[in-house]
Structures are given as C-alpha cells and as structure tokens.
Design a protein around this ligand. Structure first.
Ligand SMILES: CC(C)(COP(=O)(O)OP(=O)(O)OC[C@H]1O[C@@H](n2cnc3c(N)ncnc32)[C@H](O)[C@@H]1OP(=O)(O)O)[C@@H](O)C(=O)NCCC(=O)NCCS
Length: 166
C-alpha cells in the first residue's frame, strides 16, 4: 500500500458502516490529507508487525480493495488477517483470490505457522469466504463487539500451514 492509494480507498474507509464491520475502535473522522499523512508515515517507518496491501486488477490496475496481515508474531509464527473489497468489486471472486494470495504470502514468504481471522458472527460474506478457503471455525466470543445496535458475537477462524498446503 502506498500513499497515493488513499484517493481510491478513502471513500470506503470513510463509510461508518464499513468501519463498524472491519474495526474494533470507534470511527474518528479523518480528512483525506490526514489519512495520506498516516500512510506516508507508515511508508517512512514501516510497522514490522503488519503487511498492508492494496489489491488491483492485473488487466488495468483498477484498485479493488485492501488486505493485510496484522499482529504478526514471529515467535509463535502467527498473524491475523484482514480484507476489504470495494463495494463495486464484490461478489466477483476477488475476495477469494485476495485471501488465497495473502495466505500464500503469509505461509510461504513470512514463514507463518498459523493465520487467524475474526469477524462478526453476522458477517455472512466473510464467513463463507473464510470457510471456502479452508479456515476452521475455532470459537465464538459472545457479545464481544458493539455493532451499532447492540452487541454481536465474534467468530474466530484459524488456518494452519499444513491445512493450507493440502
Ligand atoms: C467479505 C468480502 C471480503 C467478500 O469479498 P467478495 O469479493 O465479495 O467475495 P467473493 O466474490 O470472492 O465470494 C467468495 C464466496 O463468499 C460468498 N459471499 C460473498 N459475499 C457474500 C454475502 N454477502 N453473503 C453470502 N455469501 C457471500 C460468495 O458467494 C462466494 O461463495 P461461493 O464459494 O459459494 O462462490 C466483501 O464482501 C467485503 O469486503 N465486505 C466488507 C468488509 C468485510 O466484511 N471484511 C471482513 C471483515 S473481518
């Protein structure tokens, strides 16, 4: 991810409903310039515990979303996974392709042993995507996340290296 990506991603990042689904912390209103400055800072001083990617099509470089590994833990060889496909690009198989590429990056090139993801129990799209890529449901945290109306369960998924390579 590079600072210029912010011009395409800002609209999705500024959507409070999207923020509620993808982020645990309350949404803070942030200008495009401030967001760009944050990416510039990250580029200058990379976070060694995260790897952030902007996804674009091979055909013409259209930006279609973002995915990242965060909380990279070198000792336990694990990381968490996050993914967002831009609304206009959803339901076309891009999410699956991004998830598979990110797992390959994590297992093969970062030598991870385990990748975790957590999502709202009501997030049918993410759950279907995770399960279709081989992630196993490992647990439920009851009423763990404020979802705008009340408290929702969080479901925890995990994928081990040996499961991925199969
Ligand atoms: C969840 C998300 C990443 C899925 O990406 P996508 O590109 O639309 O998914 P794909 O087209 O690759 O679909 C993968 C599978 O999930 C299913 N799926 C996708 N969205 C779905 C939905 N809203 N409800 C039910 N199933 C859904 C597809 O039908 C497909 O299933 P199949 O294997 O039977 O064909 C995307 O909807 C998104 O960015 N959502 C908002 C952000 C978000 O929720 N991120 C995760 C936070 S933890």
């Amino acid at each position: 991810m590079v600072p210029d990506d912010v011009t395409v991603l800002y609209e999705m990042w500024s959507d409070p409903e999207h923020h509620m689904i993808t982020n645990e912390s309350p949404m803070l209103i942030e200008s495009l310039a401030a967001r760009r400055a944050r990416l510039e800072k990250l580029q200058a001083e990379p976070d060694t515990h995260a790897a952030r990617f902007t996804a674009e099509t091979i055909a013409d470089g259209t930006v279609i979303g973002t995915c990242n590994l965060w909380g990279i833990d070198a000792f336990n060889q694990l990381a968490h996974l996050g993914i967002s496909v831009l609304p206009a690009a959803r339901a076309q198989g891009y999410g699956r392709e991004m998830l598979r590429l990110l797992c390959r990056y994590g297992f093969r090139f970062r030598n991870l042993h385990r990748i975790e993801l957590e999502t709202l129990a009501t997030n049918a799209g993410m759950r279907k995507l995770a399960e279709s890529c081989g992630f196993a449901l490992e647990g439920v945290q009851r009423e763990r996340a404020y979802d705008g109306d009340g408290f929702s369960d969080i479901v925890l998924y995990g994928l081990l290296r040996q499961e991925w390579s199969r």
